[in-house]
Design a protein around this ligand. Structure first.
Ligand code: ADP
Ligand code: MG
Length: 614
């Protein structure tokens, strides 16, 4: 029994129905005719409880729809109403059987098997036996509408509301659908909207909407009644049902989800790259230091080009020795009776003054390495042994000098490079030099050599000494330039990373938003089928979880690949540790859950009618 009592429905100032009183005949087919826009769908939306914005009463069986809470309405729909739409509203990606079962989704429930059998039986009865396991998007219009009819019948509702069910079908399919509905109407109350006057003649009763009223064009004489008492809520979804539906949806939208996940992954990986860039800088510096042990060498001469620049070397020596940033402090003196021999050429030098390494640049090769027996020589000196001076790099040279005890010492050294010094000169490895100047005292010292411990301490030591009016040679300028270049690089790198992150987040948000827009109808449908808001929320949340898991896994892979690329390119990776992986996982989880939560929040609030109407 469906009764309208003083029903008035308005959209703003537009009245669609005014004070309508009517009782529909049970167990009969009532057809609604009327021009487009006359309010046929509006009436069905009121009857289905999609729209509660009206005055008066709609009584179905013993229930006044007005009295139902938003949480009771889905149960009412589920138990009493089977809705058939003009556009079928089936879920693509699901099979015919799954679409039918969606209306009673709960395989864990006691009646699960029964429902599956019932769904199969309905589909067979509707002539869809071969299509039972076919994905619905591959069915013809007539087949789709029959799946929709099966879905409306699965829960055995007392009332079938069919809003232009034949509107999208050809004449033949439309006729077959009419016959099906006619047959159903022997046991159920079937209300149907149509534009086709010929099809309307199937109706036991024909109603037209005119002047905000229902006008009976053909009256039914049916006296049968259909029991419409509300059954218990049979849609009792369990947590793993949500997961199953969520997973299914996730699979259906997988490609889009994967693209969105890859974008988020690239964004967070590039962000992680920024965190790792400090590591890269440290690596570069230590690599540089390893190759340029001489870089840390400083020198304090007594004379510079004949002028006395440091009066009190002893005091400076003491000061240096007490500085915590400085090590390996020793006196140097002018070596006497030097001779250099290569093959059959020997060059004699009367005296060799200590050279400040920081004043020298390389033309060929490298500075001598700390613990190797190496030397570098100036071009003028090199040309005395070989015209093409670069050929000397890698050759061996014998160096003789007279040590402090007056004893002649000869050592074999490898030429590591050619300097840019303008006069005959050479520099030997730090370890070799330390040996040469062993036991030198202040009495014959002409300069002091020292090492600065940390690369970044060099400018500081330089400043400390200059402040004490000590004339000193260090590589502080190069360190400053080096740091400046690195700082700019890291800034650039950080900027690019944040930019990539922002773009990736933006695009993936749009992707997810697109997925969500396409699902607007789907969510509306679930709600029309009797899913409560909390059910839908739970399904979407499961999907978000899956998405965030996917994005996390992909980002771990992306970071791993990035790390390998870095290793191949620079010989060291991103400096990843447990902390960076935790950061990556946390970031991904957070970003993907927040984005999908915000988007889904909108989706959950979808109004059933507006979703179905689109
Ligand atoms: P039909 O008989 O074609 O199914 P409807 O019931 O869909 O007609 O619509 C009846 C009238 O109400 C139309 O003029 C339509 O534009 C208007 N209408 C429908 N839904 C809304 C709404 N949500 N807000 C305002 N007007 C609406
Ligand atoms: Mg309509």
């Amino acid at each position: 029994m469906i009764q309208l009592r003083n029903v008035t429905k308005k959209y703003g100032d537009t009245t669609i129905y005014s004070n309508v009183n009517y009782e529909f005949k049970d167990a009969s087919l009532t057809c609604f005719l009327g021009p487009s826009g006359s309010g046929k769908s509006t009436l069905f939306n009121l009857l289905a409880g999609f729209d509660s914005d009206f005055t008066g009463e709609i009584v179905v069986g013993t229930t006044n729809i007005k009295d139902l809470s938003p949480d009771e309405l889905p149960s009412y729909r589920l138990n009493s109403i089977g809705f058939i739409f003009q556009e079928y509203h089936l879920l693509d990606g699901y099979t015919a059987l799954e679409n039918v079962l969606l209306a009673v989704y709960s395989a864990k429930n006691a009646g699960a098997k029964e429902y599956v059998q019932k769904a199969q039986k309905l589909l067979v009865e509707l002539g869809l036996e071969p299509q039972i396991h076919q994905k619905v998007q591959t069915l013809s219009g007539g087949q789709k509408q029959r799946v929709a009819i099966a879905r409306s019948l699965i829960n055995d509702p007392a009332i079938i509301l069919a809003d232009e069910p034949t509107g999208a079908l050809d004449q033949e399919s439309a006729l077959s659908i009419m016959k099906i509905l006619k047959k159903i109407s022997t046991t159920k109350t079937v209300l149907m909207i149509t534009h086709d006057e010929e099809l309307a003649t199937f109706g036991d009763e024909i109603i037209e909407i005119e002047d905000e009223q229902l006008i009976v064009k053909k009256a039914s004489i049916s006296q049968k009644t259909v029991n419409t008492t509300t059954k218990s809520d049979s849609l009792q979804l369990q947590s793993n049902d949500f997961f199953r539906i969520g997973f299914k949806n996730f699979k259906i939208h997988l490609i889009k989800y994967v693209i969105a996940a890859i974008l988020i992954a690239c964004g967070s990986a590039s962000f992680l790259g920024t965190v790792g860039s400090k590591e890269i800088m440290n690596h570069s510096i230590s690599e540089f230091k390893e190759k340029n042990a001489y870089f840390n060498k400083g020198m304090i001469p007594k004379y510079d080009q004949g002028i006395e620049v440091n009066k009190d070397l002893a005091l400076t020596y003491e000061r240096l020795s007490s500085m915590k940033q400085v090590q390996n402090v020793y006196y140097q003196y002018d070596l006497k009776n030097i001779s250099l021999t290569m093959k059959d050429v020997t060059i004699n030098n009367e005296v060799k003054m200590p050279t400040a390494p920081s004043t020298v640049s390389m033309v060929y090769g490298n500075m001598p390495q700390d613990n190797k027996k190496e030397m570098v020589i100036s071009p003028s000196l090199a040309s005395k042994f070989e015209k093409q001076i670069q050929k000397l790099v890698g050759e061996r040279m014998a160096l003789s000098y007279v040590n402090k005890m007056g004893k002649k010492v000869t050592i074999e050294l490898t030429i590591a490079g050619i300097t840019d010094t303008q006069y005959d000169d050479f520099i030997v490895s730090a370890s070799v030099e330390k040996d040469m100047y062993k036991n030198t005292t202040i009495n014959n010292a002409t300069s002091i050599s020292f090492d600065v411990k940390g690369f970044n301490e060099i400018p500081k030591v330089q400043k400390l000494l200059i402040d004490k009016q000590v004339a000193v040679y260090t590589n502080y300028k190069q360190v400053e330039n080096f740091n400046q270049a690195f700082t700019s690089l890291i800034k650039l790198f950080t900027f690019v990373s944040y930019f990539v992150l922002a773009v990736a987040l933006f695009i993936s948000t749009i992707m997810l938003y697109k997925i969500s827009i396409e699902r607007y109808k789907e969510i509306g449908l679930l709600s029309a089928l009797g899913f409560k808001r909390k059910h839908i929320k739970s399904i979407l949340f499961k999907e978000s979880l899956l998405f965030s898991g996917l994005s996390t896994i992909i980002s771990l892979i992306v970071v791993h690949i990035l790390n390998l690329l870095y290793k191949a390119q620079f010989n060291y990776g991103l400096g990843l540790n447990l902390y960076s992986y935790c950061l990556l996982i946390a970031m991904n989880m957070f970003v993907s859950i927040v984005i999908s939560f915000i988007i889904n929040q909108k989706l959950v609030k979808t109004e059933t009618i507006s979703a179905i109407r689109k």
